[in-house]
Design a protein around this ligand. Structure first.
Ligand SMILES: [Zn+2]
Length: 504
């Protein structure tokens, strides 16, 4: 019953997975995989649902509905770096710091369909979409998406579609499918638009679309700039346009990160990590789930100024000596919730972001923990269950679990879900020092050692109060000080003053 043109659904899914594995904005070399047979007609049918293998459950509306158990994050790393869908960084020097004023109001978008005739060695590239369809990518997905995640602050785009315009035929050799080629295309397309009375300068964003060249990355955008380029239909233009417009608004990618400890064992985070391209299923800037699960990473929402309400975000400078602090986080998908939505935790040189996501079956619910890239504002999803076969599907920290990391042993404990909110403790593995003042010195030493502390020495001091004779008079660090377990403790023990009858 799942046959389509003689191809089983499973085969289609696998073919799509193979296509997906090269991923949306991949390099030319990797994208050569996209020549996998003739992509089945399904790819141009804009299905709203894809079956999940091993179950009858249908997940609405997503291109990135990966089949459970067939996740691709264990694939070999691409041979060229990711992030090549970004043409250049047009942001200010303070790049990804939160904007002083949030992005708000409405903008104007122009979608230009471009085509060109061939030459002696290259076929023509003719339009394969209508203006209405091209316009719908912005109007029916990108605009509602950004309206939702900005909580109505940003109204999205008023869209005009133009073309198709025939431009001078460029060679289609891969070597020219580069940034200079995209700028050439934009210039020609802009000129064609002007010739019919459309002024590209009057638009905030311009998207240039051409049919498949089988040579170019699928999408490109100016980071913090105005222009984006799409190469061919992949049945996910709504997603792709939203992703590229996200770049234009000023946010970078959401990748995964895979790390090992000094022995080579997988860990959620360490000093030895590699980027796993786009492997963040919880953001449209990564390998996105359908709405509402592809809300931007909290860090990126903050960059765009959309954590604009007091109490949206808690800034924490981690100090292991502080007592545990307890937070409740609303699911980030619940944009209207008045409750805290994210923690930003600065731990020495590293900044982590913590948010809570509800179930997006088959992907795990839980705490999403990411590292902030201090250079360009990318986000890196940490896999809290590294090394398994499930890849990043189980990346979130589950209820009842604790993740401990680094100097000071930062500890994030997901206590559980209370009335729909994630209950979280941020603490360290430091423990409060026992109070041994007033106790027998031998017993004090034993108690401290049992608790993991070291007593390196104890000194005598005349106790004129006579209250601490042979007892601990004082301790350093003082009782209650949160300390690592091997902290050295010094004790002072009272002795009798000299002379008769001084103490009873
Ligand atoms: Zn991108």
């Amino acid at each position: 019953m799942f046959n389509l043109k003689g191809i089983s659904l499973l085969e289609i899914i696998r073919m799509r997975l193979k296509i997906l594995s090269c991923f949306a904005f991949c390099t030319l070399i990797v994208c050569s995989e996209t020549a996998v047979g003739d992509t089945p007609a399904l790819d141009n049918d804009k299905p709203t649902a894809i079956a999940v293998e091993g179950g009858s459950k249908l997940i609405e509306g997503g291109w990135y509905n990966f089949v459970n158990g067939l996740g691709t994050d264990d694939r070999a790393a691409p041979t060229l770096p990711a992030d090549d869908d970004i043409l250049f960084d047009a942001r200010s020097t303070s790049s990804f710091a939160p904007r002083l004023a949030p992005i708000s109001g409405a903008r104007k978008a122009l979608v230009i369909i471009v085509e060109w005739d061939g030459d002696a060695s290259n076929p023509p590239v003719l339009a394969d979409v209508s203006r209405d369809e091209a316009k719908s990518w912005v109007d029916e997905y990108a605009t509602p998406y950004f309206q939702l995640i900005s909580r109505g602050l940003f109204q999205g785009w008023q869209t005009t579609a133009a073309g198709p315009y025939l431009i001078r035929s460029p060679k289609l050799a891969r070597s020219i499918c580069d940034d200079s080629w995209r700028i050439y295309l934009a210039g020609e397309a802009d000129a064609a638009a002007r010739s019919v009375g459309i002024n590209p300068d009057s638009f905030d964003n311009i998207i240039y679309y051409n049919s498949h060249t089988n040579a170019c990355p699928r999408g490109n955008a100016e980071l913090g700039g105005k222009r984006a380029w799409l190469d061919g239909l992949w049945n996910d233009e709504d997603y792709l346009v939203t992703h590229e417009l996200g770049h234009n608004l000023g946010v970078h990618h959401s990748h995964g990160t895979r790390c090992v400890d000094v022995s080579g064992a997988p860990v959620p985070f360490s000093a030895n990590c590699m980027q796993v391209d786009y492997e963040d299923r919880y953001s449209v800037m990564g390998r996105a789930l359908p709405l509402p699960y592809n809300v931007l990473a909290a860090q990126h929402l903050n960059t765009l100024g959309w954590f604009f309400k007091q109490g949206d975000l808690e800034n924490i400078v981690f100090d292991p000596r502080r007592p545990p602090t307890h937070y409740y986080l609303a699911p980030l998908e619940q944009q209207s919730s008045p409750v805290l939505k994210a923690l930003k935790i600065v731990n020495g040189e590293t900044t982590f972001w913590v948010e809570y996501r509800q179930s997006a079956s088959p992907w795990s619910p839980g705490l999403i923990i990411r590292r902030e890239d201090p250079v360009d504002g990318k986000t890196f999803l940490l896999d809290m269950h590294p090394g398994g076969s499930s890849g990043f599907v189980d990346a979130p920290l589950a209820a009842g679990e604790t993740w401990t990391y680094g100097a000071g042993a930062m500890s994030i404990f997901f206590r559980g879900v209370v009335n729909g909110y994630a209950s979280i403790s941020v603490s360290s593995t430091y423990t409060a020092l026992l109070n041994v003042v007033g106790t027998d010195v031998i017993a004090a030493i034993q108690r401290l050692r049992t608790a993991g502390f070291n007593v390196i020495n104890w000194t005598s001091k005349i106790d004129r109060s006579c209250n601490y004779i042979d007892l601990v008079m004082s301790q350093w660090p003082t009782a209650g000080t949160r300390s690592p377990s091997d902290t050295n403790v010094r004790l002072t023990v009272g002795v009798k003053p000299s002379g008769r009858n001084v103490c009873p």
